[in-house]
Design a protein around this ligand. Structure first.
Ligand SMILES: *Cc1c(COP(=O)(O)O)cnc(C)c1O
Length: 491
């Protein structure tokens, strides 16, 4: 049973006169408040603050924290988000004094160790992507997309070309069109083929000398590898456009194939997804970009370079590319997340990176097969690191929606998958188990889903039943949420 105290607000737990601290009488003259505050503020009644002892406050927040689901507490198969386990060793290493105590204004000369680490990270990211020039600056995947599109815009401007269009498939992550629009491009969406792949003939109809960039996720959002990616890249290149690979799904291909080898000119990584930065709830992220050499001069500064010392001694320095688009974030990017990613890559090594991808693919295909009888996936027999199943059949036969199953999973102690994305699949449920889950966990998860689909539809429509808040934003939720905005604003 959930702790009742965590479901109450601090204002509800308040007792007049209770306090957590007792201060001695002030021995300095008080400032007349009238001198500091405008008269309206002086006239208003002071806000009613909750009155509580320290243990009340600590218990409240600790209990609240236990209501959350995280990858440390639950299986978290949130498709496209790669919620793999974040090893605690990386946490310890990223807190070493040589990393956390560095002042961002220290000179390159006295942070050589950190710069060496960042340099090696650049090199590893370049190697895995097959794209030689790297900027660690962007703070998240979407930020990487935006940065790369600024780089593309600067490149075309420099060539004296006016290219205004960015093209992407309908299954693209929402950040793709958002980044294109923010970078000032016109967005063109492709419908794609019924089997989920890019339709080259459709793409060709939109390609012309106005085409700046074609953005594509590979494997795509359905968890399928675009087999014609080299041909796709060729037709984009034929009109002078650039190919952007959304690298959020690198977990499926790292160590197996490389965007630079199959035609990509630019890509971003999600270090917080693929390389185990703890994420969720909005951050912190890290979205380095890798580009072909002819785009290197436009990258944001600073880039870490190794200086030729003419001896075995290694020296690192910060460089500014000659035509840089400028900074997109302060200092070196989200160093704490980059260090975790560095630890992951160094721990696994080249062979281990490939093995992790293969294990992620195996896990996804195993779960896909386990669920096929109740939640079929329309697109192909096999998937890569994730798959999109559909609850459309259940919705038609029994009125059970993807949302109902997702909500009910919370009662069974599982974080739900991504639902209703991509939009091209009705009642989409997108599962990404990642490589860090055991067969036993996947079996237990499948058992829970099989049980859920046999449950009473009304029970499912009103799920979850074990959480203090059920469906606060669902118009058709019949169960009254325990916490409402009215309760929050009471008095
Ligand atoms: C997560 C994701 C993004 C955006 O990355 P953020 O770090 O959340 O900004 C972009 N594309 C795809 C396919 C993603 O899964």
């Amino acid at each position: 049973m959930r702790n009742r105290q965590a479901t109450q607000l601090l204002s509800e737990l308040s007792h007049a006169g209770r306090r957590g601290a007792e201060l001695p009488p002030s021995d300095v003259p008080e400032w007349p408040l009238e001198d500091l505050l405008p008269s309206e503020a002086m006239a208003a009644a002071p806000p009613r603050l909750p009155e509580l002892a320290e243990p009340d406050v600590v218990r409240h927040f600790v209990n609240l924290s236990t209501l959350n689901m995280s990858v440390d507490t639950h299986f978290y198969p949130l498709g496209s988000c790669t919620m793999k386990y974040n090893p605690k060793r990386h946490e310890r290493l990223s807190r070493l004094p040589g990393i956390v105590d560095v002042h961002p204004h220290q000179t390159a000369g006295n942070i050589q160790g950190l710069l060496e680490l960042l340099y090696e990270m650049q090199e590893m990211l370049a190697e895995i992507s097959g794209l030689p020039a790297v900027s660690l600056q962007p703070a998240a995947g979407a930020h990487g997309e935006l940065t790369a599109l600024f780089v593309a815009a600067a490149y075309f401007r420099d060539k004296g070309e006016s290219r205004t269009k960015v093209i992407f498939p309908a299954s693209a992550h929402g950040t793709n069109p958002a980044s294109a629009a923010m970078a000032g491009f016109d967005c063109v969406e492709l419908k794609g083929r019924s089997d989920g792949f890019v339709d080259i003939e459709e793409l060709k109809q939109h390609l012309d000398d106005k085409t700046a960039v074609f953005m594509v996720t590979n494997p795509n959002t359905l968890g399928l590898f675009e087999r014609e990616i080299a041909e796709i890249a060729k037709v984009v290149h034929d009109v002078g456009g650039l190919v952007y690979i959304d690298g959020a799904n690198m977990n499926a291909i790292m160590g197996i194939t490389r965007p630079g080898d199959f035609g990509g000119d630019m890509m971003h990584y999600n270090v917080h997804k693929t390389f185990t930065g703890p994420h969720g709830a909005g951050g912190p992220g890290s979205g380095p970009i890798c580009v072909r050499d002819f785009l290197a001069d436009y990258l944001p500064a600073p880039i870490v370079r190794q200086r030729d010392t003419g001896s075995d001694e290694k020296r690192f320095e910060l460089a500014t590319p000659s035509k840089t688009i400028g900074r997109v974030r302060s200092f070196f990017g989200n160093v704490g997340i980059l260090v975790r990613g560095y630890c992951y890559l160094r721990t696994l090594g080249a062979a281990g990176v490939r093995e992790a991808a293969e294990q992620a693919i195996l896990n996804a295909n195993y779960l896909k097969a386990l669920l096929a009888d109740v939640l079929p996936s329309a697109h192909g027999e096999h998937c890569l690191h994730e798959f999109v199943a559909s609850a459309d059949g259940l919705a038609k036969e029994r009125g059970i929606t993807a949302m109902d199953i997702a909500k009910r999973l919370l009662d069974y102690g599982f974080h739900p998958p991504t639902v209703y994305f991509p939009l091209v699949v009705p009642h989409a449920m997108m599962f990404e188990p990642t490589e860090t889950e055991s067969k036993a966990t996947l079996d237990a998860f499948s058992d829970a889903i099989h049980k859920i689909v046999t449950e009473d539809a009304d029970l499912l429509h009103t799920a979850p039943h074990s959480t203090p808040v059920s469906r606060p934003e669902e118009v058709n939720a019949t169960r009254k949420p325990v916490l409402t905005w009215a309760a929050c604003n009471k008095e």
